[in-house]
Design a protein around this ligand. Structure first.
Ligand SMILES: [Zn+2]
Length: 280
């Protein structure tokens, strides 16, 4: 029997941002413009007309950030167990199997080393397409190991987040990853190595409550939803309407949660500049 029944659309199923479609043409969710796939790729998967940022996966983001051919993946084969034998509308085991088949990924983050604008770095890039980019034990462990790699190699780390939060099917095992990744980042900080967090749409829940907000510098893509609890929960709790643009990157910049909102076209250059500046 399922434990919970969802009565409202989830963050993963809304009419908002969808993954870049496979076909030749893509329709901009921001202004409705029809864009050729090749052109979209050249524009870093953003709309020239309205600046809408399409949701992209780790493959595209790694290509965008790292120097060509320098990415070396770590812990590629790590997969989640099902310690709680969790079942909602589907068993967790089945959900993992389906996600692996659909995405060709083993979990919601890929980590590795490479160079970014000539600087040696460790990177972690999340995939929203894998169970809503949720953070379970594999995501937490891969981040922890990536931070250890950065500490060992005296390299900075860049993590690109895209997540609905903790992975409910792993319950406390998932929540433990908040503490684990935060503690690892504290060790990195003690050793004076920089960490740049890049938040994309959406960065919410447990990921915002841990590593996504702990960057020495926190960058965000324009228009990204960034927050802990969603607007609906907050509205119900405080019993008031929320201001326009609530929890979007620009709103978070204005309220001091984000250091800069950076267009995806300028992300690599910005991160490279910051890394060079911080390693001086
Ligand atoms: Zn557009």
């Amino acid at each position: 029997m399922a434990w919970f029944r969802r009565s409202k659309a989830s963050i993963t199923s809304g009419p908002q941002r969808k993954d870049v479609p496979d076909g030749m043409w893509a329709k901009c969710d921001g202004c409705g413009e029809i864009i050729h796939r090749k052109q979209l790729e050249q524009q870093f998967y953003t709309c020239n007309k309205c600046n809408f940022h399409f949701r992209i996966g780790s493959k595209e983001y790694i290509q965008l950030l790292l120097d060509d051919g320098t990415f070396k993946e770590m812990d590629r084969k790590m997969r989640s167990k099902d310690p709680l034998e969790f079942k909602d509308s589907k068993s967790y085991k089945e959900r993992i199997k389906d996600s692996i088949r659909k995405t060709g990924l083993n979990d919601a983050i890929r980590t590795g080393t490479g160079t970014l604008g000539g600087v040696d770095v460790v990177v972690g890039v999340m995939d929203f397409s894998f169970i809503g980019g949720s953070m379970g034990s594999v995501v937490g462990e891969k981040i922890a190991r990536a931070i250890d790699r950065a500490r060992k190699g005296k390299m900075p780390i860049v993590i690109v987040s895209s997540s609905g939060g903790a992975r409910m099917m792993e319950a406390a095992f998932s929540l433990m990853q908040l503490a684990k990744t935060s503690a690892k980042l504290a060790q990195l900080s003690d050793e004076g190595m920089p960490y740049i967090s890049v938040m994309t749409d959406p960065t919410t829940g447990g990921v915002t409550a841990s590593y996504a907000m702990l960057g020495d510098i926190n960058l965000a893509e324009p228009g990204s939803l960034i927050g802990f609890a969603g607007p609906r929960v907050i509205r119900q709790t405080i019993g008031k309407d929320l201001p326009p643009g609530f929890q979007r990157a620009e709103f978070q910049l204005e309220h001091g949660f984000v250091d800069a909102v950076v267009h995806r076209k300028e992300m690599k250059e910005t991160v490279a500049k910051l890394l060079k500046w911080m390693s001086r």
